[in-house]
Design a protein. Structure first.
Length: 221
């Protein structure tokens, strides 16, 4: 991650003929703490409505996706399994859920993908919750598919028996992806469209977190 240095700007005033140079003014922003993303106490700005997955149509490399749904909630509603006890109110601040549909290339099957970002209290909580998700001991209900958005779909969401699921923690954030073929068929470990969707959406989810690490705060207008 490259952190851009803040330029020091010198302002000069007056007339050269009069030798009236004004004293130089300069300033720098305070450095971002190395542990900025470790806790929600330090990274205290709440997630804003358009911070994660703001665009309805996105492309990562040559892979295109249409956003079908997005929802930001306070706390962590609709948890399942062991994640209910893992992410009690004290541990979970906000959660963003999104639902995307791939634009398949020639000969590829279409993919429905859910991407969820949890803002938790600490990096330890995020790492423990990622373990629960990756072991299949809990989850969160994905957003419903909007009526008429998928033609002849044979699945009801990205969390069915034919889906891939994966979770990774980034500081006190947790990124959870669920991907499945729209036609209901199961995917093998070598299926590139599923792997692409999982990687691409995790990349989109990570970008705003990286922005916070560079700026030392959340979005401000």
């Amino acid at each position: 991650m490259l952190i851009a240095a803040v330029a020091i700007v010198a302002l000069r005033g007056g007339d050269d003929d009069k030798g009236g140079d004004a004293p130089a003014a300069s300033g720098t922003l305070p450095p971002v703490p190395a542990n900025f993303l470790s806790t929600a106490t330090v990274d205290a700005d709440p997630i804003t409505p358009d911070e994660f997955f703001p665009e309805q149509s996105v492309a990562v490399d040559t892979h295109g996706y249409q956003r079908l749904m997005r929802k930001l909630d306070a706390g962590c509603p609709n948890l399942t399994g062991d994640l209910i006890a893992q992410l009690k109110a004290a541990h979970c601040r906000q959660v963003v859920r999104s639902l995307f549909l791939s634009r398949p290339q020639q000969g590829e099957r279409q993919v429905l993908a859910g991407a969820t970002v949890f803002s938790l209290d600490t990096s330890a909580t995020a790492a423990q919750a990622a373990q629960v998700l990756n072991q299949g001991r809990g989850g969160i209900a994905p957003l419903p598919i909007p009526a008429g958005s998928i033609q002849n779909a044979r699945i009801t969401g990205p969390g069915g028996n034919n889906s891939w699921r994966g979770a990774v923690s980034r500081g006190h954030y947790l990124i959870y992806t669920q991907v499945a073929y729209v036609d209901g068929t199961s995917g093998a470990a070598t299926d590139q469209p599923l792997r692409n969707a999982q990687t691409d959406l995790a990349t989109l989810a990570t970008e705003p977190i990286g922005d916070r690490a560079v700026l030392g705060h959340g979005p401000r207008h």
